[in-house]
Design a binder for this molecule. Sequence first.
Ligand SMILES: [Zn+2]
Length: 338
Amino acid sequence: MSTVRFGGMRFAFPPYAPMLRDAAFDGHRDMTTLLYTHPACLEHDPGQYHPESPLRLRAVLDALEGPDFARLKRREAPEAELEDLARVHPRGFVERLLAAVPQSGHAAIDADTVMSPESGRAALRAAGAVTAAVDAVAKGEADNAFCAVRPPGHHAEPGRAMGFCLFNNVAVGALRAREVHGLARVAVIDFDVHHGNGTQARFWDDPTLFYASTHQSPLYPGTGSRGETGVGNIVNVPLPPMSGSREFRLGVSREILPALDAFRPELVLISAGFDAHRNDPLAQLSLDESDYTWITEQLLRVARDHAGGRVVSTLEGGYDLPALGASAAAHVRVLLSV
Ligand SMILES: [Zn+2]
């Protein structure tokens, strides 16, 4: 069943009547979820035994095949422009990082963060996916979007690549939304099991940006205590190891959603990491697919109330391949169901 919006009402059509729908509502926008990705994101190779493997993205893309996802509109991610990256990262940092991409073999930035010859192109496509998705959603070409990309971004600080992350994809998207599309207040909600220290660092003293994170503590990178509040625009909900659905949902319901509603975002961005899943090898929380369905529903509700439904989500972590695929599918199923 597909639906369209018309005059504030929602009409449902059986899937065998696309001609009727197109004829009846020609000129009115359809309900759409975009999927941005690029083959270059499969070519970034941090090493044979590295958990941030190309197989992760393959698992996500495979999970987004099949009839449930036939309505996804698939788009190729462009490369991010330097001026977009430069709203988050100093230009000199961007140029030095791209110059450090090796011609062959690997180049390590730190013990966790390693580049291969295609890493620069992958990082540009990953950030470009989010900027293109922000453009499409801001212009009303789509209701929402999911960026199936790697490398991830939320650990990348303005002047430092770290934690498997090269450019901070979600922050680049947030700044483009504000600077290019004039959205007054932009929020990032980050349910990756690790704290998004890079996003927090960029948003820290800017009251037009909002960052909220649930994450395991203690865990890499060690930031994200409740006392880190920026200018009142940062909400951190650290969860002790072994926390599960109940603790996660309580933290989101009591601490993040009220602050997010009070912020009244004009765009909701999601740092969608799926490594808080119970099967994930890098952490000790015990969420499952139903929790990712739930948080996505909550964030769509916030977006409907304040942001005209505008949501752009981008992949961060998630290292158990079957859990990652199933969790990303649960997340995108909710995005499609708006
Ligand atoms: Zn993570």
